[in-house]
Each structure stands twice: as C-alpha cells, then as structure tokens.
Design a protein around this ligand. Structure first.
Ligand code: FAD
Length: 532
C-alpha cells in the first residue's frame, strides 16, 4: 500500500472527492486505484471562514512500485507495516502465573497481552467491577457518601473509566495502534482508528472495559475484584507473592504493579518494603467551565455546530513571569466536572464526557507545574503529602460533605469571594460552595493562574469570561512519584515490575496501556509459563 498524506477537502465534501484527490496526487488512472482506507483524519480550523478535513490515506494500486518510482512528492511513501508482532517467549520457567495489581489501562493491557500469549495472568483489583463501581460513584455524586475502595480512581478500568475517554497521546509507539485495535474490537467507536483526536466517552468506555475483562478470562486469565494487594511477600530481595486484603496469600515470582497515581496506602506499603521510590514533578490547579457554545464559536467561527465537527476542544499553555508553566489539560467538550476523591476528608476535581459530548458546559483542568523543591521535605512520598494537604484544605473551606470550593473567574481575578452564579452553572456534584479558591492553592499557583487566564484569552477568545466557573482542587493530574525500574522493567526488587501512570511511566489512557504492553512483553521475553 502507498501512504498519501495532505489531502485537504472542505468538511462537506462527498466521499467520491477523496478518490478523485488520490488519483490526482498519485497521477494514476481510475482503474489503477483498487482500494483505500483512511489512516488519519484531522480538522484544519485555522481560518474560521474555511474549515477543512485533512486526510492521510493508505491506497492500494495496481503496479505499486512503478507508481512510487514516478512520484516526486517525498511525503508519499510505502505504508509501513503496522501489524502488532508478539514477542518470543523466554526460557525461564515460571512456577506460578504472573500477578497484575490494578486493572486500569496499564494492568488491563498487560493482562490482555499476557493472556493472549498463554500466561493466564491473575489480575487483582481493589475496587469493584464496573457496574457495581458505577453505583458507588453515583452514590457519592448524589449523596456525598464516599467509598474509599470504589470511586473515580479505584475499580475496574482504573482512573479513566469515568472520563472523556480521550485517546490523544504524545507518545509515538507502534503499540498505540494495537491498543486502538483492541479497544475497537471491544466496542469503541470505529473512528478512533483514524481520528486525530479520538475519544470514546465514559458511557461506551464502561462496556469496552468489561469486554476486555471477558477476553482476558476467555484466554485463561483471572480478574478478581475487591482484592486489594496489602503487602508484598519478599525473600532476600525477591518477590514471592502478594498478600491480599491482609489475609489471603497468592504466590508468584512475577508481579506487575499497575496501581495508578492515587493508591497512596499502597505507595506507603511499597516504601516500607524497600521499593526504590523517587519524587517527581506534577501539577495542581482547578477545573474551569465555560459554555460549550463559546468554545465552539472561538474555534470554528461560523462553522460552530456543524454536525461533522462535534463539540470543539482546546489545549493551551502559557509561560508565566514567575517562571511557572500554566496549561490547560484533559479538556472535556460538552462534559461535566466530576468529584474524583478517593480519600476521606479531601476534595478532588476532574472531568468527563459522554460519547455525544452534548452537555452545556465545556470543562478543562487549568494547571500549574509543581516541582520537588515545592514539597515540604525530601521524603520520596512528599509529593503525595503535598497533594493531600491541598485536597484537605479544599474540603475544609467548602464546609465538608465533599462539596467543592468554587469561584467565578472575574472574582478570582479581582480577589473577591463570588456571591452568585452568572451565565455558567457549575456541573460538579454533589455541589459547590462559592468561596475564595486562593485558600486551597499554593500562592505561586494562584499567581500563575491569574496571569494565564488573561493571556490565554488572546489564544481562545472568551477564555477569561467573567462568569466562567473555577472549581478546585485538581491535584491528581499525574503521579507524585516514580518507582525506579531498569531496562528490563524490573524494580530494585527482583520480579516486581512497576508500570503505568502510578509508577511514573505514563500519563493518560493510551500511554498507560502501551506501558502495560511493554512490561508484559518484557515478562514474556524472559519467562515461560506452561501450566494453564
Ligand atoms: P489507573 O487507571 O489509575 O489504574 C490503577 C488501578 O489499580 C485502579 O483501578 C486501582 O483501583 C487499582 N489499585 C490501586 N492499588 C491497588 C492495590 N493495592 N490492589 C489492587 N488494586 C489496586 N486520560 C486520558 O488519556 N484521557 C482522558 O480523557 C482522561 N480523563 C480522565 C478523567 C478522570 C476523571 C480521571 C481520574 C483520569 C483521566 N485520565 C484520562 C487519566 C487516565 O485515566 C490515567 O492516565 C490512566 O487511567 C492511568 O492508567 P493506569 O493503569 O496506570 O492507572
């Protein structure tokens, strides 16, 4: 196949025009074009009066080599081989199946790869299966009753299950396609295979996660819920198994640690067991909500609401005069702000959307970078204590009961407590309390956010809308620690393999899933398991 990039067509183009554009670009006869598939589709909305789709197309032609030789455009090349190639099994025999702690994207995809390779992994998840988890989360969002083991951070599918299911990533890894293929096989919308900004939506993602679980089980794996790894069984620096719920023991010489960034109690267990942990920078800030219609007009001009475009998004950054970086993160078009706490006495915000992205508000995190020098000590877990401190302050100033502190942009910029909502109604449940957000954020974060809100308005008209609502605190943007691992993905404890976001090797659904695959491949390359 030949890969043809840069085919630009108006968003209302007919299907036939793609074919015509290919024929023109390749300078071939119509009968020589046998088939084509869209590899990538993106939107070019730089000119607000002319919004286009830009395609990269994989084309099947007669006489491929002859056509390629004639082409002068260097960007037109042979389509690379995109098929996922499983790794060869290693020679060391395992006595027990590999154990995976956590069923977020990292754990699930590590589990899937190991299961497909015949290793019958055992997946341990502290939270509940996705259906029961959904009920616990609803209980929290409607009645303020937090289940510390079953919430937005913990349970089947991990942290991103109640999310926008955005699949954009910065990483360039051939395994990304394997992840997209498996997600599609499990019921994700087919356009995630080619959209430049793919997303699934929480409503579809919950079913996708279940299907992946079923596939792991069909290949001989086990997925066990309400099974928290409470200790590691170690002998002379080697892992021998895992203690579950403080009573049961599961033996294993290979344990994958895919616990996410919020497993604070487990981080403490690991630290006390001598696992090498280092401090890591992360970010803190708030969620900011605007009317989605404002974002649509700012991004698409007169094309706002065009059925082929969907709700618009944004991603922006500003380098502040206090030398901090402020940036928008995890923007959820047509979505809602969610209560994402996992510990009692703390308030944490995040965002999610359904596939349709059709709610009134757009929300995004507005974050400022935090460095280890900002922490209160050099303790490896100091970043985690820093997060907890600001989450607890947010809880206190909003009066307890998991209501979140909120402030209108105009009042935040003018140092006053907000009195009433304007054009934007907050979407966070169980509810917000209008207050002074500066009391639950470090001073340097407040300073950077104030400057950034004004500056970002020059990039996205309306970003500093006075009535826009800020809700805090957004403290779990990424892991506050990194667990050391070597080139073979092993930690300082033999047989213990940290992976995913919590270990500090990923950020987001796709990169966590890819990291899970890489670590699973590392295990397969070393070991063999014959008994399942
Ligand atoms: P996690 O997904 O955090 O999974 C870790 C799992 O381990 C959890 O299920 C947890 O219960 C379990 N666990 C922890 N400790 C133990 C233990 N001791 N024993 C057993 N199990 C344990 N990313 C995107 O790319 N796009 C988005 O749109 C997006 N939106 C998000 C929205 C929300 C509300 C949140 C919270 C996150 C969002 N993210 C998004 C981030 C994304 O979810 C994470 O980057 C990703 O889930 C990390 O994957 P992971 O497998 O490393 O960890």
């Amino acid at each position: 196949m030949i890969r043809v990039p840069d085919i630009k067509l108006p968003i209302d183009h007919q299907q036939e025009e793609i074919k015509k554009a290919i024929i023109k670009k390749l300078r071939i006869r119509e009968e020589d074009l046998t088939a084509y598939t869209i590899y990538k589709q993106s939107v070019d909305a730089r000119k607000k009066d002319k919004v286009d789709f830009v395609y990269t197309i994989d084309v099947e032609v007669n006489q491929e080599n002859k056509i390629l030789k004639k082409i002068k455009d260097k960007k037109i090349t042979l389509t690379p081989d995109m098929k996922y190639t499983p790794v060869k099994k290693g020679g060391i025999k395992l006595q027990n199946p590999p154990i995976i702690i956590g069923t977020g994207p990292a754990g699930l995809f590590a589990g899937l790869i190991l299961a497909q390779a015949g290793y019958c992994p055992i997946l341990l998840e502290r939270g509940k299966d996705v259906d029961n988890r959904t009920m616990d989360i609803q209980d929290f969002w409607t009645k303020g009753r937090l289940n510390t083991e079953s919430n937005v951070q913990f349970g089947e599918g991990g942290a991103g299950t109640f999310s926008d299911g955005k699949l954009t990533t910065q990483i360039k890894d051939i395994r990304c396609r394997k992840v997209l293929e498996e997600l599609t096989k499990a019921g994700a919308p087919p356009e995630i295979m080619y959209s430049s900004k793919p997303h699934i939506g929480t409503d579809i993602l919950r079913d996708v996660v279940k299907k992946i679980r079923e596939e792991i089980i069909a290949f001989g794996g086990k997925v066990l819920f309400e099974k928290k790894a409470t200790d590691l069984l170690l002998h002379e620096g080697e892992i021998k198994g895992v203690v579950v719920n403080n009573r049961e023991t599961i033996e294993g010489e290979v344990v994958l640690l895919a616990i996410g960034h919020s497993a604070r109690d487990t981080f403490e267990v690991l630290y006390n067991q001598g696992v090498e942990i280092h401090q890591k920078p992360f970010s803190i800030g708030v969620r900011i909500e605007h009317p989605q219609s404002l974002i649509d007009v700012a991004q698409y001009g007169s094309f706002a609401n065009h059925p082929k475009l969907g709700a618009a998004d944004y991603k922006m950054a500003h380098h502040c005069s206090n030398q901090r970086s402020a940036y928008t993160f995890c923007m959820c078009p047509g979505g809602q702000v969610v209560a994402a706490a996992s510990e009692e006495g703390g308030v944490v915000t995040n965002g999610m959307s359904e596939y349709a992205r059709d709610k009134t508000n757009a929300n995004s995190a507005l974050l400022v970078g935090v460095n280890p020098e900002d922490f209160e000590s050099t303790h490896p877990l100091a970043g985690m204590y820093f997060q907890r401190k600001w989450e607890q302050k947010a809880f206190e100033i909003a009066g307890g009961n998991y209501l979140a502190p909120a402030q209108l942009v105009k009042d935040f910029l003018n140092n006053r407590v907000s009195q009433e909502f304007g054009k934007v109604q907050p979407s966070y449940t169980p509810g917000v309390v209008l207050t002074d957000l500066t009391k639950c954020l470090p001073d340097f974060v407040v300073e950077a956010m104030k400057e950034a809100i004004v500056a970002l308005d020059h990039k996205l008209k309306g970003f500093n809308l006075g009535d826009a609502i800020m809700t805090g605190v957004e403290s779990r943007s990424s892991s506050p620690i990194r667990i050391k691992r070597d080139k073979t993905f092993e930690s300082n404890i033999k047989g213990l393999y940290p992976c995913g976001e919590g270990a500090g090797y990923a950020g987001g659904i796709i990169s966590a899933a890819v990291d899970g695959i890489k670590v699973a491949e590392g295990v397969i390359g070393n070991f063999n398991y014959f008994k399942c």
